[in-house]
Design a protein. Structure first.
Length: 171
């Protein structure tokens, strides 16, 4: 099961965080900081998996079988927290799908897109993962649904703008 999805920049500032378990806010902040420190201290030749035993157990109430799977793209680290029932290699592939879906949806994703459009990032992630379980991995399907949602939102805005001027519309 996927426990959390964390996106942080090279300086350790969280840009997007989604937890699938209830964890108090102060513990979430500590977890993000500690995981970022551990990941950035690792050499580039090491694998992209970090065992959960490297993180303080008092931060999260997860069992010791958790792992941190991460990829570094440009200025962002994409970190997935998983338990032993998830495959590390499958999770690496899922990170790749997530980044490619974001790249297609935003037409060349950058850190600012994640900062200013967390709702769209969350919607794309929710197309892929529901309740900590992988739901969809087809990039074309994920992007298509995201674009349809954007199109419907734009139509609703256009229709909503004309309501005030329509004499038949009653408040």
């Amino acid at each position: 099961m996927i426990k959390a999805v964390i996106v942080v920049n090279n300086h350790g500032k969280p840009r997007f965080i989604k937890f699938y378990d209830e964890i108090p806010e102060e513990k979430r902040i500590k977890l993000v900081k500690e995981v970022f420190q551990k990941i950035t201290q690792r050499g580039d030749v090491l694998c992209n998996f970090l065992d959960g035993t490297h993180v303080s157990t008092e931060i999260a109430d997860w069992s010791s079988d958790i792992k941190f799977v991460y990829r570094h793209f440009a200025t962002l680290y994409f970190i997935f927290v998983i338990d032993s029932s998830e495959s590390e290699l499958g999770t690496l592939d899922l990170i790749q799908v997530f980044v490619e879906a974001l790249d297609q949806a935003f037409e060349n994703i950058c850190e600012l897109d994640i900062i200013f459009h967390p709702d769209r990032v969350l919607y794309i992630l929710d197309q892929m993962i529901m309740g900590g379980l992988v739901f969809e991995t087809d990039i074309k399907q994920i992007v298509f649904i995201s674009e349809e949602c954007d199109r419907l939102a734009d139509e609703a805005k256009i229709k909503g703008q004309g309501r005030d001027k329509d004499p038949s519309f009653r408040k």
